[in-house]
Design a protein around this ligand. Structure first.
Ligand SMILES: NC(=O)c1ccc[n+]([C@@H]2O[C@H](COP(=O)([O-])OP(=O)(O)OC[C@H]3O[C@@H](n4cnc5c(N)ncnc54)[C@H](OP(=O)(O)O)[C@@H]3O)[C@@H](O)[C@H]2O)c1
Length: 298
């Protein structure tokens, strides 16, 4: 038995470390000690991680965990890169990354829609199409990677063509594929064009914004079978999909998953990410881990 206590160090890019992630950690690991830093800059990351790596020795390092969070996803990813470069054996720590809840929320939404797609007998997602409405935000970008990892093609929309293309190009470059296509959806007609080949639609817009009306869905979305919406604030992202829907056939042949079905799984995934980090001596717990967990729990 090790005498080292588990310690989770929160590195948050925001002015205040989010209580959300700390509370999830406390619920899953009530005995862990939590240390938090806010306003963390990329230039602080090397010093902070090295000061976490050494004082407890190699055995203590196995019990020292880092969580990178905050609203600034790009900054969080840069902090992760600095941390990865700064660590070396035998002082490697487990590092969890979930800025703005993006990895856990996207994993929950994609796993739920994929499970429903298979359950309803629509088969494998390889070669099928997902349309991610307002996919330029943190959740949408991770969701695009995950649908692509399922072998699907992805249409990612934005109100601005250049933003959609920029997000899609970045994901294609990371994945080394051309599965993601960025398109503009600033009008109902453009949204209709964006969804016309979609088997699955996921609305990832900012809270309280309707992205798809029932009339546009009925006119253009004939192929679509499963629709997910992560926005819990009225008006919801997709007209007809209620926040409480858990696979309900809300119009013939179309099944909806609402934000209140996606939220609880998101929390469970986050808890399991802490569990995985606490139970492993080291390793990066990122969106890929989140999705593996999501697929098991969905
Ligand atoms: N259910 C859950 O468990 C859960 C957990 C976390 C977050 N959420 C929800 O997830 C959603 C997405 O979060 P996020 O942080 O990724 O979103 P976000 O960055 O706030 O917004 C996503 C995209 O929405 C588009 N958008 C913003 N204002 C708009 C408007 N007035 N009209 C049309 N499009 C607009 C923007 O795209 P363009 O500017 O490129 O058009 C933006 O990139 C939010 O609704 C959040 O509340 C849900």
């Amino acid at each position: 038995m090790s005498s080292h206590k588990n310690v989770i160090i929160f590195l948050d890019t925001d002015k205040y470390t989010s209580p959300f992630d700390m509370l999830v950690a406390i619920d899953f690991y009530p005995d862990a000690q939590i240390i938090s830093y806010s306003n963390v800059e990329v230039s602080d990351a090397k010093r902070l991680i090295q000061d976490a790596m050494f004082p407890r020795g190699p055995e203590g390092a196995k019990h020292t965990k880092v969580f990178i969070g905050g609203q600034d996803v790009d900054k969080a990813l840069q902090i992760l890169e600095v941390i990865k470069k700064s660590m070396f054996p035998p002082f490697e720590l487990s590092v969890i990354i979930d800025p703005r809840g993006s990895n856990t929320t996207a994993s929950s939404a994609v796993a739920k829609t994929m499970k429903l797609f298979k359950e309803k007998g629509f088969g494998d997602f390889k070669g099928k199409t997902a349309a991610i409405l307002a996919g330029t935000g943190p959740v949408g970008v991770v969701a695009a990677r995950l649908y692509a990892s399922e072998g699907g093609n992805v249409v990612l929309t934005s109100r601005k063509l250049d933003r959609a293309k920029e997000a899609a190009d970045k994901i294609n470059e990371e994945l080394g594929t051309k599965q993601v296509c960025g398109v503009q959806a600033a009008t109902p007609e453009e949204t209709g064009e964006a969804i016309k080949d979609a088997d699955v639609i996921l609305a990832c817009g900012a809270a309280g914004i309707q992205l798809l009306s029932l009339s546009v869905l009925e006119k253009y979305g004939k192929k679509c079978k499963v629709l997910g919406d992560i926005n819990a604030v009225p008006p919801l992202g997709i007209e007809g999909v209620k926040a409480t829907h858990k696979g309900k056939e809300f119009i013939p042949g179309k099944f909806g998953i609402g934000a209140l079905a996606i939220g609880p799984l998101k929390i469970q995934i986050e808890g399991e990410m802490f569990k995985q980090a606490v139970e492993s001596p080291n390793g990066i717990v990122d969106y890929k881990t989140a999705y593996e967990i999501a697929k098991k729990l969905a």
